[in-house]
Unconditional design. Structure first.
Length: 222
């Protein structure tokens, strides 16, 4: 039987991955989805959820069969597992969330090459039990989703002046009330929406994180 979930331990682990050693911000892993899809909050949240599911199931499967995976070809097997999970999720989204599928269609297969997933499989899931590997997958996926959300929000606000635009594609027609128009633009600011805007947005997030960490260290010294 699995042990009861230790909430404090999970909080410490999540804080460590988010604030001290974040894979997407500090180590700059998984830039492909950050740059290609994070032009809006809808795309960011949608892809973040998919990445979370892929990391979660990949971690569990690799942890379950880690003793049967030959070390010499382990990377190839990891990629086959990831590709299989991504294909299944892509087909499910195509069947049950077609509007989201149309929005993310060309980018979902890129998750197979996302180095965040390979990193977690190689450094954690292949060395730990199923329970801890599953928790690790969920926390890393949530962290990636949060990063994607903030980057998508920055780009959507600067580019279109809105927040949660077209959320109905993900949550249904009743979610249209979530749309917020912060600034009215007659024309979109293309620099923020196009890939260069992702570099600028990521730079802003890095700067904010640096200031927050600096203030935390200053407070702790006191």
């Amino acid at each position: 039987m699995f042990k009861l979930i230790n909430i404090n331990k999970i909080k410490k682990y999540f804080y460590k991955k988010t604030c001290n050693n974040d894979l997407t911000i500090v180590q700059i892993l998984g830039l492909c989805p950050l740059l290609s899809v994070s032009s809006s909050t809808l795309n960011s949240i949608g892809l973040g959820i998919i990445i979370t599911l892929v990391i979660f199931f990949t971690n569990i499967i690799v942890s379950m069969f880690k003793y049967w995976i030959p070390k010499e070809i382990r990377t190839l097997i990891y990629i086959i597992i990831i590709a299989s999970i991504v294909s299944i999720i892509q087909m499910l989204i195509n069947a049950y969330a077609f509007n989201l599928y149309k929005s993310l269609d060309t980018f979902i297969p890129l998750i197979v090459t996302n180095c965040i997933i390979i990193d977690r499989v190689e450094t954690y899931a292949s060395k730990n039990n199923i329970y801890h590997s599953g928790i690790d997958g969920l926390l890393i996926g949530m962290n990636t989703t949060i990063t994607l959300f903030f980057l998508g929000a920055i780009r959507e606000i600067i580019g279109n002046g809105t927040l949660f635009n077209d959320t109905n594609l993900l949550l249904g027609k009743y979610s249209k009330i979530l749309r917020i128009e912060i600034i009215h633009f007659n024309y979109p600011f293309l620099l923020a929406i196009l890939p260069p805007g992702a570099f600028i947005g990521l730079g802003l997030i890095l700067a904010i994180k640096y200031l927050i960490n600096k203030n935390i260290k200053h407070i702790n010294k006191k």
